[in-house]
Design a protein around this ligand. Structure first.
Ligand code: PPE
Length: 303
């Protein structure tokens, strides 16, 4: 990751090094924040943010879940994000965060001041070049995806990401690139920061929204693109065995984009090489986000 010059903080730009909060900030101690991850791409008509409105809507939905008062409209948030990109120039990933910044001891979040920041960085490849090109290896994590009864699994809430961090660390320590988490029912939920798809018997499957996943915007884009390409797509329960015996597996996420999975729990997926369907969808997605397919122009917001 490469840092940038300015961070948007409650309506003003501050230098990267000055974007600070107190050690007793409520969010730091209790995970009381929400965030987004948004990609921006170079296109022939200039920089374009991919599905900006959907990301901002999801951020505002997460604020609602957490009862955070965000004194900005959806349009103002979109404008602030675009302004942050313009100010910083070399940017490919934006991270807006809304969190309780007030100094507090005690859980009660009511009345604790909220801060809204927009950080932009140059991220490049999220999973590493090798995993991205040759296919990633996964483990099934011993940590389960926090389920809907225990946490707002469908909202990008900071505190929930402790489980994702534990799962990711477990994968890395075992020499794998990424971890897939099961849900309370023992079915496949998602990876630490990506949704998961399998291709099997000619159909594309992905866990359904109620299976304690984050409803990914890349997931939604791939379901749409795959449908447009003539694939049958199914949102349903997926067992670990369905996943291990799939012809192809791939992950989707803003940061990871469309990443092929070639190994899970030391077993090759299909023939152990990136699959045809996954590669086709990754290539199409790469074109769509760069404005090379007019059909999906509506997903791009020019900076
Ligand atoms: N599941 C989780 C748990 C998740 O964090 C993400 C995004 C997704 C699925 C995919 O959602 P979407 O980006 O809307 O397609 N994970 C972010 C990376 C987290 C991080 O900060 O690192 C991302 O891809 O931006």
């Amino acid at each position: 990751m490469e840092k940038t010059e300015k961070i948007w903080m409650d309506g003003k730009f501050v230098d990267w090094n000055d974007a600070k909060v107190h050690v007793l900030a409520h969010a730091l101690n209790y995970g009381t924040g929400v965030f987004e991850g948004i990609r921006v791409y170079e296109t022939e008509k200039g920089m374009a943010v991919f599905r900006l409105k959907e990301h901002v809507k999801r951020l505002m939905g997460a604020c609602k879940v957490m009862c955070f008062d965000l004194p900005y409209t959806e349009e103002e948030v979109c404008d602030a994000i675009k302004e942050t990109i313009r100010v910083n120039k070399k940017v490919d990933y934006i991270k807006p965060c809304v969190f309780l910044c007030g100094e507090a001891v005690g859980l009660n979040p009511i009345g604790v001041p909220v801060k809204f920041t927009i950080t932009s960085v140059y991220l490049g490849s999220y999973l590493g070049k090798e995993a991205q090109e040759k296919g990633a290896s996964l483990i099934t994590s011993s940590w389960f995806r926090p389920w809907n009864l225990a946490a707002p699994a469908g909202a990008k809430v900071n505190g929930i990401y402790v489980t994702s961090c534990l799962a990711k660390m477990e994968a890395k320590k075992l020499g794998a690139d990424e971890a897939v988490m099961l849900n309370a029912q023992g079915n496949v939920a998602e990876c630490s920061g990506e949704n998961i798809f399998i291709f099997k018997r000619g159909k594309l499957y992905t866990p359904k929204v109620s299976d304690s996943i984050l409803e990914g915007i890349t997931r939604n884009s791939i379901l749409t693109i795959a449908g447009d390409l003539g694939y049958e797509t199914v949102e349903t329960e997926i067992s670990r065995i369905d996943m291990l015996t799939a012809d192809e597996v791939f992950m989707t996420g803003t940061a990871a984009e469309v990443s092929q999975v070639t190994k899970i729990d030391n077993r090759p997926i299909g023939d152990g090489k990136p699959g045809k369907v996954g590669k086709q969808l990754a290539a199409k997605f790469a074109d769509v986000v760069r404005g090379k397919d007019p059909k999906y122009e509506k997903w791009l917001d020019r900076v």
